[in-house]
Design a protein around this ligand. Structure first.
Ligand SMILES: [Zn+2]
Length: 289
């Protein structure tokens, strides 16, 4: 519990720079010296990141994304995206996270989606509006949920970075000064930087993308959505790819190979079922009205 609170304090310091900027400086000691003086009392530095730590990192990453894009102020669309998102999350490979899944829409015409560690998922208004129906929206959200389930975000933090953080946090000095040690905050911020850069700038590896596609096809099938909706979405993006730059084209490059794999995994497009037609009506009512 104590370490939990320490994390919370660190996150608050990272998220609220004005507060930590005002913290007294007398207790701030360099992290390097913390690590050196307390080296014999470190926790196991290379342990797995816990679910609660993942959540706090994800929350800080989400705050940073919200610093770049405003939230779409449309309660109807936000609620609908959440309903569809929660439906696929429940049938995903990881239905439960520390604080559950949360879905939000970013107010930009850019096409993109971000899966923050722990389950906060952002989709842009542009991407929602690019979906032709609910099943395609479910496909995008199921792909992002798969990134959370596969822990792709949290795994983008370099091992060296975590080892540094754990080492510094596990020392006596950190226990005593953890709340105000400016250099600890800096170390921790590096981990958030790693995740943010992967989500917003560089994107995941091709392997991670293909695994998220495979996870999405399985989830869509389990949920009763058309698993072919992911292929339809990828096809649409491929068609738009020429001349498109940035956004999802940078972080989630659609490729013919990706599309072929999705189709082979059972995500073939088929004629819409009566249930799908009803879902499309619901989608049109919320998104296109
Ligand atoms: Zn992806």
């Amino acid at each position: 519990m104590k370490s939990h609170l320490r994390w919370l304090a660190l996150i608050l310091l990272v998220v609220l720079p004005a507060v930590w900027g005002c913290a007294g400086t007398s207790a701030i000691i360099p992290a390097v010296s913390i690590a050196a003086t307390g080296a014999t009392k470190t926790v196991k530095a290379s342990r797995e990141i816990s679910d609660s730590e993942e959540y706090y990192v994800g929350r800080a990453v989400a705050a940073r994304i919200l610093g770049q894009y405003p939230l779409y102020q449309n309660a109807k669309v936000t609620e609908y995206v959440n309903e569809v998102g929660q439906t696929v999350a429940r049938k995903s490979a990881r239905p439960n996270t520390f604080k559950g899944y949360h879905f939000a829409v970013l107010d930009t015409t850019e096409l993109n989606a971000f899966a923050c560690p722990g389950g906060t998922i952002f989709i842009t208004r542009g991407l929602v509006e690019t979906c032709a129906n609910e099943d395609e929206l479910a496909a995008v959200l199921a792909h992002e949920v798969s990134h959370v389930a596969n822990k792709d975000g949290i795994n983008s933090i370099s091992k060296a970075r975590w080892t540094e953080v754990f080492t510094a946090m596990g020392t006596e000095a950190a226990r005593q000064y953890g709340g105000v040690a400016g250099n600890l905050v800096t170390l921790f911020e590096g981990s958030i930087d790693d995740v943010f850069k992967t989500l917003v700038v560089n994107g995941y590896s091709r392997t991670a993308e293909e695994a998220a596609d495979a996870g999405a096809v399985t989830t869509l099938t389990r949920t009763g959505y058309d698993p072919g909706a992911l292929a339809a979405m990828l096809k649409k993006m491929l068609a738009k790819e020429k001349g498109a730059a940035g956004g999802i084209y940078k972080t989630h490059p659609p490729t013919g190979e990706r599309l072929a794999k999705v189709k082979a995994e059972g995500g073939k497009e088929a004629a819409p079922s009566p249930a799908e037609a009803n879902r499309t009506k619901r989608f049109d009512k919320v998104v296109k009205s």
